[in-house]
Design a protein around this ligand. Structure first.
Ligand code: LLP
Length: 411
């Protein structure tokens, strides 16, 4: 967090100036942070044949995608819509992979017609894929029986998870692949999201590599995303250097044994964009009950659902009074539900120590660049806000606020 004269800066611009210029609420992104996080990844994971597939679901804004592509990433997509977004951002079909759950034949056909590699999530999908596209290349998603993540909703490995083909089903995978002459060119896993302990990745990696040994035509192994970022001011960042060292060593010795230097794919979504994004909003209501001091703002879980959905912590800053005498406050949104609070955990409201707040103050909800706008909705018939990109002391609109036509008619 950057502040000068007690004012929060985004790039070199005071955050409240952005609200003055573009209105409230707004999503603002700092381009320099996105580029820096992409470079951190490349410097942390030094395996020579590393390919970073950015998981579009974290943030699909086309301008942000272009920045990430310029930094050398490829595209991990979940739907035909994300294939279209990736293409618009400039990725070529061979730089895109579709990993999706409960996929329809139409969705697979869309990917095939666009020349995008399909990663099959189940034996039944592999069977359908083989019928639709025999004699082709394909990837399979493995459930390595290891899961991790910041909340049970985002753990995607282990017996409770709907994702992937259990790692003990290799004979079945081979049988289906043989029947349809499919070449398994990649094995993939994604064990969960918001993981801050390298150990989880090590455990899962070892299972996936054991599975990978069973396939002789591999071109790559994909270890998925899940790299966490610190949301709380006192939280320690993921040790990328030691994660990178472990991944490079483990994978290099696997490749030696396998007899071929394979590509290592990773699929970070949150990591490059989370810390670059701010949801800026304005205080319009103050009230007290016997238990809490409430501050009401002009945005809600329609724009950032993570606190309501997972009890996620997002740091909140009074943009023009970053430091000041603090008191206990609950920050709530403008949505017609009591769960609509930005200071809460899984169980309910949690007071936050914040400087004095007045009506008209601009608040910044930090680390909102991943799964913020991309999970937003029109609930309570409110438009999604404008998205603004900041580069140093310049700012520009990268997606308009939704207008009345869109809100009422969908176009
Ligand atoms: N690859 C696959 C196949 C995925 O399903 C995901 C995320 C990723 C990569 C990227 O994961 P990341 O690096 O961002 O952790 N809405 C939740 C996160 C859900 C993640 C879903 N899959 C949140 O706000 O925490």
């Amino acid at each position: 967090m950057k502040a000068i004269n007690n004012r929060l800066l985004i790039g070199d611009i005071p955050a409240s100036d952005l609200v003055r210029k573009y209105g409230s609420p707004i999503y603002a992104y700092d381009e320099a942070i996105i580029r820096q996080r992409m470079r951190d990844l490349k410097q942390g994971i030094t395996y020579a044949k590393l390919m970073i597939y950015y998981a579009l679901k974290a943030n699909t804004n086309l301008h942000i995608l272009r920045i990430i592509r310029e930094e050398g990433a490829y595209a991990d997509v979940h739907s035909p819509g994300e294939i279209m977004a990736a293409e618009k951002a400039g990725w070529k079909p061979e730089q895109i992979m579709l990993t999706s759950a409960s996929v329809t034949n139409d969705e697979m056909r869309f990917a095939m017609d666009h020349g995008v590699l399909v990663n099959c999530d189940s034996l039944s999908q592999l069977e359908r894929y083989g019928k639709l596209n025999p004699d082709s290349r394909v990837c399979v998603r493995i459930n390595p029986d290891v899961g991790g993540g910041h909340h049970s909703h985002v753990i995607t490995g282990g017996p409770e998870s709907k994702f992937g083909i259990y790692h003990d089903k290799v004979p079945e995978i081979k049988e289906i692949a043989g029947k349809h002459r499919l070449k398994i060119v990649g094995v993939h896993q994604h064990i969960g999201s918001g993981i801050l302990e390298p150990e989880k990745f090590r455990l899962a990696m070892n299972v996936l590599l054991k599975t990978a040994r069973e396939f002789s035509d591999l071109e790559f192994v994909d270890f998925g995303g899940g790299l966490g970022v610190p949301y709380r001011p006192d939280q320690k960042a993921l040790d990328l250097k030691s994660l990178g060292r472990m991944m490079t060593e483990t994978f290099s010795s696997f490749c030696k044994e396998y007899g071929k230097e394979l590509y290592m794919h990773i699929e970070p979504g949150r990591f490059p964009v989370a810390e670059a994004g701010y949801l800026l909003c304005t205080v319009n209501t103050l009230k007290e009950t016997p238990t809490h001091k409430f501050v009401g703002v002009d945005t809600g879980f329609n724009h950032l659902i993570r606190p309501a959905m997972y009890g996620s912590y997002h740091q909140i800053v009074v943009t023009d009074r970053v430091d000041g005498e603090k008191s206990k406050i609950v920050v709530v949104g403008n949505i017609c539900e009591s769960g609509d609070a930005f200071t809460r955990d899984e169980h309910g409201l949690v007071d936050r120590e914040l400087p004095e707040i007045k009506e008209g103050d601009v608040l910044a909800i930090l680390n909102a660049g991943a799964y913020g706008f991309s999970m937003s909705s029109n609930y309570n018939t409110r438009p999604r806000p404008v998205e603004v990109l900041v580069k140093g002391s310049e700012s520009r609109i990268i997606r308009k606020k939704e207008d009345e036509e869109y809100l009422l008619y969908g176009y």
